[in-house]
Design a protein around this ligand. Sequence first.
Ligand SMILES: Cc1ncc(COP(=O)(O)O)c(C=O)c1O
Length: 477
Amino acid sequence: MTASSNLDPEDWDGFRRQAHALLDRLITDVATIRERPVWRPAPEATRAFFERALPAEGRALEAILADVDTHIVPYATGNRHPGFMGWVHGAGTPFGVLGELIAASLNLNCGGRDHVGIALERQMARWMADALGYPAEASGLFVTGSSMANLLAVILAKLAVLGTDSRAQGLRQTERQLIAYCSSEAHGCIAQAMELTGLGSTHLRLVATDEAGRMDVGALAAGIAADRALGLQPFLIVATAGTVNSGALDPIHAIAAVAEKEQLWLHVDGAIGAMAALSDRLRPLLDGIAASHSVAMDFHKWGQVPYDAGFLVVRDGVAHKAAFAGANAYLQRAERGLAAGDTWPCDLGPDLSRSCRALKTWLTFEALGTARIAGAIEANCDLATYMAALVADSGVFELKAPVALNIVCFGLRGAGRSALNREIVVAAQMSGEAAPSWTTIKGETVIRCAIVNHRTTRRDVEAVMARLTADAKALAG
Ligand SMILES: Cc1ncc(COP(=O)(O)O)c(C=O)c1O
């Protein structure tokens, strides 16, 4: 090997020193996260820095890491900060960082083959199957996030009704149009999954919800009956455990009864709420989830695992494999050796080369245990209830949706305040003191605070509300 073809550091000791120093700086950064703004926009100099030409020659690591300190670390998303309440972002923990470091250092490729990365992923699948009340034959797969897990679930439901022959035959052999159902509050990735699978989003029925944003099960049953009467073929119900707008939980138990009666695949989009299965107190909210066929969940949200760590759990592991496994010569298996192992992750989804998301997830669960993770989830829900009380006392705001889990939707009192509500959100983000986001409830843009961060305390909630109230008073006059 020539010196120039080996890409390792030339000076291992120097590399070690710099890597240790970097790790120290990163640990300090997260340990002192409260001392800095939740978020700040990157300055021009930083934006320009990332418009430079592709480098033909490498630079000294020391200079690159100095650029990391200057141009990257200060301008992260902000979700590690306890004042971040936008969208639905987990905060991560330093334990997960260690897991990511180990996985990157081992450079595990978790598409398959006989190595410990696969055992870690299976371990997580077994743990999650147990937590959800699924049988031992259940399977699980790490994916980027619930958007992807939901897409895979739509594929599974489609094959369950059309048969695995349709993998080769495609949809033109389908006699009757397949129809899926979710509530009008379901995440947009469900409609997108219908589009990506060629089933078409117009064949997704958006079932009405009650005042609290939960699927109306009577309307679901009536919709299925109406579609059957038209000669269409219902095949899938997607229940949401924690809607993206307000955190509402569909009545899974009642929906499962409809799915059973109608012989439809029941998928639960548990991106936000499925992790509540770890909590004795909150588990009853998911009643019926054990009767579902598949569940999407996100460790990067309430599992507090660094991005990304989505997960799909499938009740029938055999059907899961039949939906995705292929007979490729270069992936053939062996009794012994590196190609051993019956089911590889590449048999359970479309990715072949994939990182080891299982390691950071496993390490997080080993370090914290489910009791502490569940405790943080419960604390988030308690904080959301507390925030709702502060909203009521604020003198300017009113609640715009009931608080079911950890999401608080509110806005200026009265109707037609969309523009001002948006301005309040932007002002708070720009202040660096709070980072809420927004959504639309009953046609009105409202302020939305999703409390997903294990670092957030009552004082943080008070500080965020103080900021928003001050901005509201300044902007609304
Ligand atoms: C209910 C729901 N489903 C799906 C998703 C998509 O999840 P991901 O961002 O992990 O792809 C989200 C994201 O917040 C969500 O809230």
